[in-house]
Each structure stands twice: as C-alpha cells, then as structure tokens.
Write a protein that binds this ligand. Structure first.
Ligand SMILES: [Zn+2]
Length: 390
C-alpha cells in the first residue's frame, strides 16, 4: 500500500509480469479475448495492466492441451501483461440444475457439447497451471445471497476445505514446474503464480468473518470476496464488505469479484477494496449502452439521431474524439459490428480512466472530494435521462 485516504487504499501489486497500480479495474477476457477490442488498444490507448481469463471457458474450448501446446495462455493470445484466471467455480455454479456438487467437486454438462465434465479444486489448479496465469483463484463454492444459514454454512465450510485442497495442489504444481507461464519466450521471467483465496458465506456476516479467518489460516497472496453481485440487494453487498474488510490483512490485495458499475467501484474503494472485474463495460457496449461521466447513454434512443456531440464530452478516448452519438446510433441501428467495437472501447476507456483518477485522488488525499464531484455529475444527468425516458 502506498497511500491511504480514509479507508480507501492506493497501492501496487507486484506480479512476475509487472506491477499493477491499485485500485484497479480488470477487463474480462472470457475466452482468451476481451470481446470486441484488440490487444493493441488495451495495451496502448487504454493501458490495461491486467485482464481476466475464464478457466471454465478455456478448459472446455479450446482445451488445455491446445493451450499447453501453444506455450500457455499468454503466448497463445499474445498478451504479455499480467493475467488473472478465475477458478471456474462461479461459472459451474451458474449452471444451476445442470450441475451436481459433492465433497469431491462439481459434475456438470458442458455448454459446448453437452458432455459430462468434472471440476474440482485439483482440476481447477491443474487447468490454471496449464494456462500459466499470473494470479490464480482458489476453487470455491457459491451460495445464493438469500441462502438459509444452514445452507450458507455448509457451502462456506466446503469452500474452506476446497481452499485447503486448492493450496496443496497449487503448491505441488508450482514445485513440479507445471506452470506454463513460468518463463516468456526470452526466458526473462521468473517467479511463480500467485494464489488468491475466496471468502464466501452468502449474506451471513458471522459466516463471512469465519470464512475470512479460515482462508487466512491457510494463507494466500491475496483475498477475494466472492458470491456477491449475484442478484442480492446492494445494501447486503456493502454489509458483507464492511463485515470482512476490517479483518483482512492490510498488506494483501482485496478483490471484490464481479463488481460493478462505476458508482459501485467508488463505493467499494471507499470501503477499502483494491481490485474489480466486471463484464458491464464490454457486454453493455455490445448492446448499445455507453457509460459516461454524465450517466448511461443508450445509443438506440431516437433522441441521438442528429446529435453531433461525442458520447461523453469529458472523455478523451479515440472514439469520443472522432465520432458523434448520431453516427454511433446509426451503426448500432444498422447492425454494424463496428458499433459494438466502438462502444466497448469507450466504455473500457471510461472505466479505466475513472480508476486512474481514483488512484490519483487517493494519493493526493482528495478521494472524498473526487467521489462527490463524480457522483453529482453522474446523478444530475441520470435524473435528466429519467425525465426524457418517462
Ligand atoms: Zn470516450
């Protein structure tokens, strides 16, 4: 940690592929691609320092034999900056009735070809070693936000046992050299993968605290709060974050998984969170929705038909410098793929630039002031939009 403003923290995470300044937003690259954007744009204009890959998706397709054969995920996709891979636990959990959970792991049907598959802490660690990501997530089990205390406890205890098994298998794989990301083409990299533990326990605050302590006893390089942003009320999410963060080690990264909107990011930063990932900027970009400093802009709306202003007048991204709302609306209405590409680019630029400004404001001790100004501008326009759309 390099600076603190209230509970908000600015710091640096050191990985074998470079440093990541926090708080950080990590674009989601589900299948080895951040959908709709080229790596050149992520590296240069947007300067994303770390992106995510999904273990579940990459394991099913193209499969780890292909990725191992191509020298690991970094070389396969040609991205030399840090990668974080999730454990696949959440994706499998999201399959609902299509999966069966036992002590050993989770059995499910592949969404690709319907074949029966089995994911466990050991398999997840093996897949993530083959991918060679720089930050590996422990294999966890999620419980519904509204789960009963019994269900939440059973799930949290299973997660604790799986965390132990994840740690053991991870250590074994590190020792036997299974991690494909150990070296780059020039053999200049060194150091192993980092392993993060995940705190579960649904909305039960005592269980959440117990989960954190059991995870810390095992010992991880960073700690994530999982099982949130799955449809529970925002107030529940903040209660859980507040219950957990005071006991989290102050010298380790804190990652709130699957969050969120720009307002959520600022709220979480103010409560001491350092890392985020979310599909919102990319997914909404593909469905015609832009995040801007004055709230969301839906390019489908007829009100933009001859609007020659950029999406966000305060955004300096290459899309806002060049194109008008009217043009973007036309592209979207015509089903042109460039619409999704340009909106995704702007949305990621907005998220990453917001986080850059968050870091600066924490370092200069002006985070509350920055946050207030940011929120006021956002709300002013959201209210205006609500009136227009009413
Ligand atoms: Zn822009």
């Amino acid at each position: 940690m390099t600076a603190r403003d209230g509970d908000a923290r600015a710091g640096v995470i050191t990985t074998r592929r470079g440093e990541i300044e926090t708080p950080v937003f990590m674009p989601v690259g589900t299948a080895g691609t951040v959908k709709g954007i080229r790596f050149e744009a992520l590296e240069t204009e947007l300067d994303a320092r770390i992106i995510l890959g999904n273990t579940y998706h990459l394991w099913l397709r193209p499969g780890i034999e292909v990725i191992r054969g191509c020298g690991g995920l970094h070389r396969f996709m040609s991205w030399q900056r840090p990668l974080l891979t999730d454990s696949g636990g959440f994706q499998v959990w999201s399959l609902g009735d299509l999966r069966k959970i036992s002590e050993e792991g989770t059995e499910f049907r592949s969404h690709v070809d319907g074949s029966l598959q089995f994911l466990s802490p050991e398999v997840s660690m093996q897949v993530q070693a083959a991918l060679g990501s720089d930050i590996v997530m422990a294999f966890d089990e999620c419980a519904e936000g509204e789960a009963s205390i019994e269900t939440a406890r059973t799930s949290m205890e299973l997660t604790a046992r799986w965390a132990q098994r994840s740690r053991a298998e991870f250590d074994r794989l590190q020792a036997d050299g299974s991690d494909t990301g150990r070296t780059d083409a020039n053999e200049t990299l060194s150091g192993g993968q980092a392993l993060f533990g995940i705190v579960q326990g649904a909305s039960q605050l005592d269980l959440r605290r117990e989960s954190l302590h059991r995870t810390m006893e095992i010992g991880f390089d960073g700690y994530a709060i999982g099982g949130l942003s799955v449809g529970e009320a925002k107030s529940v999410m903040w209660r859980v974050v507040d219950a957990v963060t005071p006991d989290m080690p102050s010298d380790r990264p804190r990652y709130l998984m699957g969050v969120g909107t720009p307002e959520d990011l600022l709220e979480a930063v103010s409560r001491g969170i350092d890392m985020f990932d979310c599909v919102l900027p990319t997914r909404n970009g593909r469905t015609g929705q832009a995040f801007t400093s004055r709230g969301k802009v839906n390019v489908k709306n007829a009100q933009w038909a001859v609007d020659t202003k950029p999406l966000d007048e305060d955004c300096e991204c290459s899309v806002c410098r060049r194109h008008s709302r009217a043009y973007l609306r036309h592209l979207y209405q015509s089903g042109e793929m460039l619409a999704g590409v340009l909106l995704t680019h702007h949305n990621l630029a907005f998220f990453l630039d917001t986080m850059r400004r968050v870091r600066q404001s924490i370092r200069s001790g002006e985070f509350p002031k920055f946050r207030q100004a940011f929120t006021e501008k956002l709300n002013e326009h959201e209210q205006k939009n609500a009136l227009i759309n009413a």
